[in-house]
Design a protein around this ligand. Structure first.
Ligand code: DPP
Ligand code: ZN
Length: 875
């Protein structure tokens, strides 16, 4: 595999004005005929004096049957098949190119291109899957108007593609034929095709200009009862995008299809979104609140791409965050508007701090706009998505909501129908507002997580308060030198009685400081008492903030900060500090000290019955082992697990009666609804239940057992089952898991979470159990969701068992990654992630993990996906 550089970007030599595709579907021999209207690109870099350049078409795993130019077969000396594609010499600036190829969807296990899932044909083309369907300039800056005809036996009554259905009929031999036309020019990565025996639910949406849009959601018959929530979410998203961004839907029909075998969560193909079943199908009996919220967010995300991604797309894949960072920001704001804003922010920041910070400190660290890659599939990362969204959020913070909207309006208007860059986005934000984001741009090309050290000084005599910030970004692979960034820091001050202090004459209680230098001080006047600062409110920038708070000060912020996010963050800081001290004690062989400050804090939080229960639940949730690992300097897995288990069980014991009171108060019997209020109530109730069961007391386990048996909704059932599995006797856990499986074995989504619950359980999910799950009849190595549930659940969410000191967890993961690479490189290369951070572990683990990685490297020829990750990790 070779490295591709952003600096080598060149405009395409040829454009494709029209693309007509004909699919004759057969599992092992699908014929694809393409008719392409090719035209020399007037903006191409090469000039034509020495003759026209060759036309390059990407193509992988295709059997070439014929090529014709303007109706005549192209002689053999005019084309050459090379690794990865086809090179043609036509010597005309404009021509009709017809190519026929044969592909075998049935044997396509990579789930890229055209493949079969439970007998249904479907496609996944982003980023470079279209080249597995036909020879084509498979790059996002080639945008074409597509017409697609699908021919299939009558056993596939539903035949779908992008755009509007313009024709349908039957062939002479009785097969079905349907033609779709998408009037909007699009890149090949947004192409989609589905064929199957599917059912659908239908609804309509009236847009702001009064057009009626037909909405259809397709699934296999058994899942038709699980579509309502996604449909509601879709309509809400459509309305929200009109109201908040002025974006109206543009086709007469919008379709979603649920597919069981899918590498990603979902895909925003124009007019025909394809979803991983787990990210669209839900009913109260089968899906948890978390799933309901995830579905709402992903439906919105993919819908929002219609503008931020499809109407305005990326020039090249280095610009991926142009559409993903922006769209994640859009969906996060949507979810915040639909649910609790603070809780949504907490969830996003937790993910960022746990996984994105780790990525940014590891061997795959890259900027939001990378400048090189080997395999683009490896760059659908937390940095591109989550940090990219933080960068857009900072622009929103710096400019303000109205100015941001002016910027997005200009961006959409100026670039509609075009393939553009992150720079174009920033320029639109500047131009619409006369703003200067020159220094801010560094966020796009500088990798690594900035560390922000803060000191304060109070001058009682002059009533001034000064905050001094020092920013520093650690070196990352290939980027030794880092420059100061423009960091917006939202700040509030608390007085001794807990009130928010006025920060200036206009009485504002919050201010955003704009840091642009390595070290910078800001002085506030008229501050009549020594304040307690509430820093980086709402996590106004993706940095690690360090300020020397005392435990008492953190407890005070937990009680009084008006910024809900920072209230939670104070609690996290206290917990992380406590856990860190306990790790040190554990390593030194000392007696572990009871975490009294944390217990006091939790106790106070539990008493705040007026606080949003969802926020309380978040405050009571300890940082995960993964987050602890990211925060520390050297990872000692055993110490992390010991400290965390100790704190959890000590808190559980100390606050047992408070948890019980709160549990009973929240345990109302009412019909399930996925409203923010009810979800909040259930989340705190089940947080209390888990702590109660953590005591190991029989009466607590009986409570969980009763909740499990009541079977009111999947949220409560699975929380109870998870508590029984984690804290109950092994025999009890086995029995409950077996009866649960008995009841739900027909339901793929439930079986997936049943797998995940076991493999991620610290007490139950031993390597032996995980191996048993791999040979369970419902397990399929070819299904990414099941792989993620069992193998991912173990390697990414079961810190304790995965890091067993004999290194068996690492060896197991290496074996699975090697096996998967031959089937599905994208999944293999994702799954190897836990092994890539080996340098941060203590010597013994580091050596074991490195050994496992080397074994993968030496196991034979790796896919480009896996090769890139493994080789960069070993450097
Ligand atoms: N389907 C993925 C997403 O929406 C890639 N575009 O993020
Ligand atoms: Zn996306």
């Amino acid at each position: 595999p070779h490295t591709i550089y952003l600096k080598d970007y060149q405009a395409p030599d040829y454009l494709i004005d029209r693309t007509e595709l004909l699919f004759d579907l057969k599992p092992n021999a699908t014929l694809v005929t393409s008719r392409l209207l090719v035209r020399r690109n007037p903006d191409a870099v090469k000039d034509d004096e020495a003759g026209l350049p060759a036309l390059w078409l990407d193509g992988i795993d295709l059997e070439l049957l014929s090529i014709a130019v303007d109706g005549a077969l192209l002689p053999a000396q005019r084309f050459r098949e090379e690794a990865g594609g086809l090179s043609l010499t036509v010597d005309k600036p404009e021509f009709l190119l017809e190519i026929q190829t044969r592909i075998a969807p049935e044997s396509n296990t990579s789930l890229e291109g055209l493949y079969l899932s439970n007998g249904m044909y479907c496609t996944q083309c982003e980023a470079e899957g279209f080249r597995k369907i036909t020879f084509y300039p498979d790059r996002p800056d080639v945008m074409s108007v597509f017409t697609t005809t699908i021919v299939a036996p009558a056993t596939y009554p539903v035949l779908l593609s992008n755009g509007n259905k313009v024709d349908s009929g039957t062939t002479e031999d009785g097969r079905l034929r349907v033609t779709w036309e998408d009037p909007f020019a699009k890149p090949s990565y947004l192409f989609a095709l589905v064929a199957g025996d599917l059912q659908y639910v239908e609804d309509t949406f009236t847009t702001c200009s009064g057009r009626n849009v037909k909405l259809q959601l397709f699934t296999e018959a058994r899942n038709i009862g699980k579509c309502a929530h996604a449909m509601t979410s879709l309509k809400r998203s459509m309305r929200w995008d009109e109201e908040v961004y002025g974006r109206e839907y543009d086709l007469d029909i919008f379709m979603i299809v649920a597919v069981d075998h899918f590498n990603m969560g979902a895909m925003e193909n124009k007019g025909l979104n394809i979803f991983n079943s787990a990210c669209v199908l839900a009913s109260p009996e089968t899906a948890t609140d978390t799933a309901f919220q995830r579905i709402e967010a992903i439906v919105a995300h993919e819908y929002f791409h219609n503008w931020s991604g499809n109407r305005v797309t990326c020039r090249d894949w280095f610009q991926l965050s142009l559409k993903e960072g922006f769209t994640v920001f859009r969906d996060a704001e949507f979810s915040a508007d639909m649910n609790s804003r603070a809780v949504k922010r907490i969830e996003d920041v937790t993910l960022l701090r746990t996984a994105q910070f780790a990525e940014d400190a590891g061997p795959m660290s890259h900027p939001v706009r990378p400048d090189s890659y080997m395999e683009i599939s490896n760059f659908y990362t937390l940095t591109i998505y989550e940090k990219g969204a933080e960068v857009v959020r900072m622009i929103h913070t710096i400019l303000g909501a109205e100015a941001f909207r002016r910027g997005s309006d200009l961006y959409f208007e100026r670039h509609d129908g075009c393939a553009v860059t992150c720079e174009d986005f920033v320029v639109a934000m500047e131009d619409a507002n006369n703003a200067d984001l020159k220094q801010f741009r560094r966020w796009y090309d500088q990798a690594g997580t900035p560390v922000l050290d803060v000191q304060d000084e109070y001058d009682a005599e002059n009533a001034t308060y000064t905050l001094t910030f020092h920013q520093h970004t650690p070196a990352t692979p290939g980027q030794e030198e880092k420059l100061p960034l423009h960091i917006p820091v939202a700040v509030g001050l608390l007085g001794a009685n807990g009130d928010a202090l006025a920060l200036d004459e206009s009485d504002s209680k919050e201010k955003v400081f704009h840091l642009t230098e390595a070290t910078q001080s800001f002085t506030l006047h008229g501050i009549n008492e020594r304040p307690l600062p509430s820093l980086l409110r709402g996590f106004s920038a993706p940095v690690k903030l360090r300020f020397d708070y005392s435990n008492t000060q953190l407890l005070f912020l937990m009680q009084h900060d008006t910024d809900a996010f920072n209230r939670w963050d104070a609690c996290q800081r206290l917990a992380l500090r406590t856990l860190e001290q306990l790790q040190t004690q554990y390593r030194a062989g000392d007696v572990l000290e009871s975490p009294t400050a944390l217990i006091d804090g939790f106790s106070a939080v539990l008493g705040h019955t007026e606080l949003d229960p969802a926020l309380v639940a978040k405050m009571l949730t300890l940082p995960s082992a993964q987050e602890m690992a990211e925060q520390g300097s050297e990872i000692d897995a055993e110490a992390i697990v010991a400290a965390r288990e100790f704190v959890r069980s000590t808190i559980a014991g100390a606050l047992k009666s408070r948890f019980l009171t709160r549990y009973h108060a929240l345990d109302e019997r009412k019909a399930y609804q996925p409203t923010a209020e009810d979800i909040a109530q259930r989340s705190l109730k089940n947080t209390c239940l888990a702590y109660l069961c953590n005591t190991g007391d029989e009466d607590a386990l009986t409570l969980a057992q009763a909740q499990f048996e009541r079977g009111e909704n999947m949220t409560d059932v699975s929380a109870a089952l998870a508590a029984l599995v984690e804290y109950g006797a092994e025999g009890v856990a086995e029995e409950r898991l077996a009866s649960f499986y008995q009841q739900w074995q027909h339901d793929t989504q439930v079986v997936e979470s049943w797998f995940g619950m076991q493999s991620s359980s610290a007490s139950f999910g031993s390597l032996g159990r995980v191996r048993q799950l791999l040979s369970h009849p419902a397990f399929e190595l070819k299904n990414p969701n099941k792989v993620r549930a069992v193998i991912g659940g173990f390697a990414m969410r079961n810190f304790k068992q995965f890091h067993r000191e004999d290194g068996s967890g690492y060896e197991f993961l290496a074996d699975q990654v090697i096996a998967l690479d031959g089937l599905n490189p994208q999944i293999a290369s994702r799954l190897v992630t836990p092994l890539t951070r080996w340098k941060k572990y203590r010597a013994r683990e580091a050596e074991q993990i490195q050994g496992a990685l080397k074994r993968i490297a030496d196991s034979g020829e790796l896919s480009p996906d896996l090769y890139e990750v493994v080789s960069k990790s070993l450097t």
